[in-house]
Design a protein around this ligand. Structure first.
Ligand SMILES: [Zn+2]
Length: 150
């Protein structure tokens, strides 16, 4: 999903959290994490293309699926589980709860938008497939092939 939609959805969810819990720390951490989770694209881009880092080329590559391997470390159900464990040990600290909700709604929206299976957002499953884009994101890969054929 494109960044502007993540900004809008994160702002909406953060607003709902604020209205519900009256916690600016939970709202702020939700807003920031819902947007900044995509920072994991930088690792995959730099790993494949190296430096110098060109923002325009990065955006074109990431949002038009030009990367052959997607580690996507923050886009995973496992990170939500780990954050949930940490949150339970901190008595559901508002900052951590906000990050869980920010990451969580972002991943769900990406999953729905990309029309991929649930397992696509499992880090362990992708690891087992060596993070190969065409294997782990087959629907995105098909769209990429079709757009090139036109
Ligand atoms: Zn994303």
């Amino acid at each position: 999903m494109k960044p502007q939609y993540h900004v809008a959805s994160s702002a909406l969810v953060a607003g709902i959290l604020y209205i519900t819990f009256k916690s600016w720390s939970m709202s702020l951490s939700c807003l920031l994490s819902g947007i900044l989770i995509d920072i994991d694209h930088v690792y995959d881009y730099v790993k494949e293309f190296g430096f110098p880092f060109k923002v325009k080329d990065f955006v074109n590559t990431v949002y038009h699926n030009g990367i052959s391997r997607l580690t996507f470390v923050f886009h995973s159900w496992e990170i939500l589980l780990l954050l949930g464990i940490v949150a339970s040990f901190t008595n559901w600290n508002a900052w951590i709860a906000g990050v869980i909700i920010g990451f969580g709604h972002h991943i769900v929206l990406d999953k729905l938008n990309n029309e991929e299976r649930l397992r696509t957002y499992s880090f362990i499953w992708r690891w087992g497939k060596q993070f190969e884009f065409e294997t782990t994101f087959p629907n995105d890969a098909k769209r990429k092939m079709n757009s090139r054929a036109r």
